[in-house]
Design a protein around this ligand. Structure first.
Ligand SMILES: Nc1ncnc2c1ncn2[C@@H]1O[C@H](COP(=O)(O)OP(=O)(O)OP(=O)(O)O)[C@@H](O)[C@H]1O
Length: 904
């Protein structure tokens, strides 16, 4: 094969580098983070095609050139041998390695090449060819779709990738990085049901909204055996597992994306893979997946964006034994949205479990717990949405019962759980009658209140009093004050929310008890985080604020690991690096968290101020936060926050009330008096929590947002102790339809999670890092001389030089060596080669040694034997000798006698 000019350049660079640099100082490279050539690999399909044509796999041990690194990079990525490509193909690929100016649109315009252009008429990206240039600002492009010639502004023109790169599985393989190219690549893959792609270290998962045949036994086993390497959630789980086993470090799989993007489904597939990989010893793995059924029934609901939306955050920590077997798991949940129990927007549903219970409970159970059809309950019928298309609630209820049994919730407690759910439903039907002109009320003594009392196991009179009055302390006396209609309704809803939230937490505890199997915890774990996605509705309230705040924190974690830490490390270690800019959301987090005038602090302050209202809170925000660029005050009670994922308009309506914990002493007391053991248990726990802030005299801690923030920080600290693996779920359309790819919708999501920047950074980055010490120890055997005894920096530099690595393939930092993709494979191969040589030498030497030993032993044995045999022979000789003399005499006499006889 002819040498490509790229190779020639590299060789000349190598020659230049041969004048050895001082080894005491890490010498910064003169290269400014160029696009690594090795990244320009060809798509798998193309490689396969070539492999059919020419299967000449070159394996030269002597020259470790860029070509080999390219192959190793491919191998590192694909796990397959990479075949050589023809010169024509090589030069085609080479075009995409040309200097950056060639990437520019001007070059494409001049050369009349294929481009992406955004047509003003519909704002969509179209593929076309430069037709002519009308002015310096505009060009005419002939669209590939219909040969129409349209005029497009220069800034709306981007280079298109060669056809051969269409649908590459890792976006870093694209020659030209721009938004339309990323969008198109994902679209091509999506149209072929290839829903997973890679953006360097991040897995992109585009929701198919239909069943795709890429899961199940066959795929599980293929990924386990490394027989498949296409991007997949299984591959991410596999990498996390391998890293955990190899590095003995806890791992996390962080799944993010907007509501309905597919996080929960992805999390389930990740669990499924880990279950298949680490199952078999403790038997707990089956339970882990089953818990999803319980959690979804109690924590998910239909929203306008997702028919099965998680209304809580979830961290599933799966523990592994030293042998890599699942030995237990721990589930942590975060702030369930309680308001959904009592209040629903039109077209949305309450938690699935209520509908499942009404549809699936047996007639006996229904009779016992006074369960009616869902349409009979105010909490459920208020939103005019009782069913979900293609969802059978009754069937789900039976699945739930199975899951309850697997998680070993006793029958008795299962029924108590259903009784409390029925009590919550009946609470929504409790009504009030206004009894005076001050709007004071008393509870209507009807079927609803009687049923609630029966199901909770309390006195119905007592219940009616609690729901319509509140106790006030007047000196030493305690007087009961009647509540207004609004207050009584709030009290009733509070009771429903408290019961439901406590039930949810209790179930999580039960799940944890059943998952905590093995005592053999080794400290190895993989945590899967599935937290509610970013939300922006027409009307956004306190719940959306909490959800978006959590997503903002998660985005910070993502940025920290993929942009900040990586680039800080490069800069801190003195390597030459052109910074990749990314959208930092720190300003938005400051707006929310900063003390004393962040949004959370102001909300807490107002919530503790008796005369404060939602309007005074809104005014306070505008007064103090206007300087922050992420904040914008609106008229009335509105304000806007510029989140990383988009701008959201919030309404402060209900913020203060929702932020105050709905716990009322009277309600806790009521629960403690009930005959239902579960309610007693809840009251004890609440009592404990309720008393806590008073003891520490920090009433701020009691607010919902303060608790939420505390949980969030705990979660982030936990994640910080793990090696993260990121999965970004993308929702291709807002109608939850299969096959529909709305470009603008996808683009917005790609933008807000910085996919373009991630691709850039991982393309020009150094994914492998080893300290000088590590490199010296690991690859010291490659050195021909005894430089291994020198300092680690000199040794590691000598190793890289020894391997003839082109200088742009690595950088030497103060503490570490930074290697491009593929280089570590070259070193490993080289090490294997040297070790093979050493083994051969050892084999020869040991053979020689053993042969020598054998010969010596054999010679010794022969000498010994000859000595012994000689001795024996001597002895025999003497004996035989004497008898020989005798026999000779006899013979002679016989001969004489015979002779005499014949002579006669
Ligand atoms: N890999 C997949 N294969 C098939 N369908 C999927 C897949 N991922 C998601 N879906 C579909 O998309 C729907 C929404 O997904 P999911 O509930 O996982 O979203 P989410 O991101 O967790 O949303 P939320 O933040 O609202 O909880 C699922 O109910 C399912 O119908």
């Amino acid at each position: 094969m002819m040498k490509s000019s790229v190779k020639e350049i590299l060789e000349s660079l190598r020659l230049l580098d041969s004048s050895e640099r001082s080894s005491s100082l890490p010498s910064p490279s003169t290269f400014r983070a160029p696009m690594p050539l090795i990244r320009q690999s060809l798509p798998a399909k193309f490689r396969n095609a070539i492999s059919l044509e020419s299967k000449t796999i070159e394996k030269e041990d002597k020259d470790w050139s860029t070509e080999q690194i390219t192959q190793s990079a491919e191998k590192e990525k694909t796990g397959n041998e990479v075949v050589k490509i023809s010169t024509a193909q090589m030069s085609r690929a080479k075009n995409s390695h040309d200097p950056e100016w060639i990437n520019s649109a001007e070059y494409f315009v001049r050369e009349k090449l294929c481009v992406w252009c955004r047509v003003a008429a519909n704002g969509q990206w179209h593929l076309g060819k430069i037709h002519s240039t009308s002015s310096s600002d505009d060009v005419c492009v002939m669209l590939s779709a219909n040969d129409d010639v349209v005029k497009v502004a220069m800034e709306e023109i981007f280079p298109a990738n060669p056809e051969i790169l269409e649908g590459v599985e890792d976006l870093t393989q694209l020659s030209y990085l721009n938004e339309p190219s990323l969008l198109y690549n994902l679209r091509v893959r999506y149209s072929q049901d290839l829903i997973y792609s890679k953006a360097g270290p991040v897995l992109i998962a585009v929701n198919p909204f239909k069943n795709v045949q890429i899961y199940g036994e066959e795929f599980l086993s293929a990924y386990q055996k490394n027989a498949l390497d296409a991007p997949h959630v299984y591959a991410v789980a596999d990498a996390a597992y391998d890293d955990m086993m190899r590095e003995e470090k806890n791992q996390s799989i962080i799944i993010s994306g907007e509501s309905g993007a597919g996080k929960t489904e992805t999390a389930k597939y990740a669990m499924q893979y880990l279950e298949a990989l680490g199952g078999g010893s403790f038997g707990v793995e089956n339970e882990i997946l089953k818990t999803n059924c319980i959690l979804e029934a109690f924590g998910n609901a239909k929203t306008s964006r997702n028919d099965n939306s998680s209304r809580f955050g979830k961290l599933m920590e799966i523990h592994f034994s030293a042998k890599g077997k699942i030995c237990g798991a721990k589930l942590e949940t975060f702030s369930l949205d309680q308001s959904r129990v009592a209040q629903l927007c039109n077209g949305e549903r309450c938690y699935h479990i209520f509908y499942q219970l009404c549809a699936g409970a047996s007639p006996i159970l229904k009779e016992r717990l006074k369960i009616k059809a869902a349409s009979e309950y105010n909490y459920l019928n208020q939103s005019n949405c009782l069913t979900i298309d293609r969802t059978d609630d009754a069937q789900k209820f039976h699945k739930l019962m199975e899951a309850f049994n697997i998680v070993q919730i006793p029958q008795e407690y299962q029924e108590r759980t259903f009784a409390l759910l029925a009590a919550v439903l009946w609470l929504g039907n409790v009504s009030f009658e206004v009894i005076d002109n001050e709007n004071h009320v008393e509870v209507v003594a009807d079927e609803a209140v009687t049923n609630v009392a029966m199901l909770m196991g309390c006195n119905s009179k007592k219940l009616m009093v609690v729901l319509s009055t509140c106790k006030l302390q007047a000196g030493r006396d305690c007087i009961a004050k009647r509540l207004t209609l609004r207050q009584a309704t709030d009290m009733r809803d509070s009771l429903a929310k408290i019961i439901y939230a406590s039930l949810f937490n209790w179930l999580v505890e039960q799940i944890n008890i059943s998952l905590e199997v093995g005592n053999s915890r080794t400290g190895r774990s993989i945590s899967i985080l599935d937290i509610y996605g970013f939300e922006s509705f027409k009307d956004n309230s306190f719940e959306q604020f909490c959800i978006n705040y959590a997503n903002e924190r998660l985005q910070q974690h993502f940025n920290r690991h993929l942009f900040k830490l990586e680039q800080e490390e490069y800069e801190g270690d003195g390597i030459d690096w052109t910074k990749v800019e990314f959208i930092d959301n720190q300003e938005c987090l400051n707006l929310i968290e900063k003390k004393p005038i962040g949004l959370v602090s102001l909300l807490n302050e107002e919530s503790n101020f008796p005369k404060a209202t939602d309007t005074t809170f809104a005014n306070k925000l505008k007064q103090h936060l206007n300087a922050n660029s992420c904040f914008k005050g609106e008229r009335g009670r509105g304000f806007r926050i510029k989140h990383y994922a988009g701008e959201v308009l919030y309404n402060t309506n209900g913020f203060l009330e929702k932020n105050r914990d709905p716990l009322h002493v009277d309600l806790i007391q009521l629960l403690s008096l009930c005959k239902c053991q579960l309610l007693n248990l809840f009251s004890t726990k609440m009592h404990h929590d309720f008393l806590k802030p008073a003891t520490f005299s920090d009433s701020m801690n009691q607010s919902v947002i303060a608790k939420f923030k505390g949980q969030l920080f705990k979660l982030m600290n936990k994640l910080e102790d793990t090696t993260p693996h990121f999965i970004r779920c993308i929702k291709p359309n807002s109608n939850q339809l299969p096959g529909l790819y709305e470009e603008n919708h996808v683009l917005q999501q790609l933008r807000c999670c910085g996919v373009l920047e991630i691709v850039r950074i991982s393309r020009s980055g150094y994914p492998t890092r080893l300290t000088h010490q590590e490199l010296a120890v690991r690859y010291g055997c490659l050195l021909l001389d005894t430089r291994i005894s020198q300092d680690p920096l000199s040794t590691s530099k000598a190793i890289l030089k020894q391997c003839n690595l082109p200088p742009e393939m690595y950088q030497v930092g103060y503490t570490k060596i930074y290697l491009r993709t593929g280089v570590i494979s070259v070193l490993e191969e080289r090490k294997k080669y040297v070790l093979r040589g050493i083994l051969g030498l050892q084999k020869q030497f040991r053979g020689y040694q053993t042969r020598e030993y054998f010969h010596n032993m054999r010679n010794g044995a022969v000498i010994l034997q000859s000595y012994i045999r000689g001795e024996n022979a001597r002895r025999n000789y003497i004996v035989v000798g004497e008898s020989a003399i005798v026999s000779t005499a006899i013979t002679k006499e016989l001969d004489a006698a015979i002779h005499l006889q014949y002579s006669k």
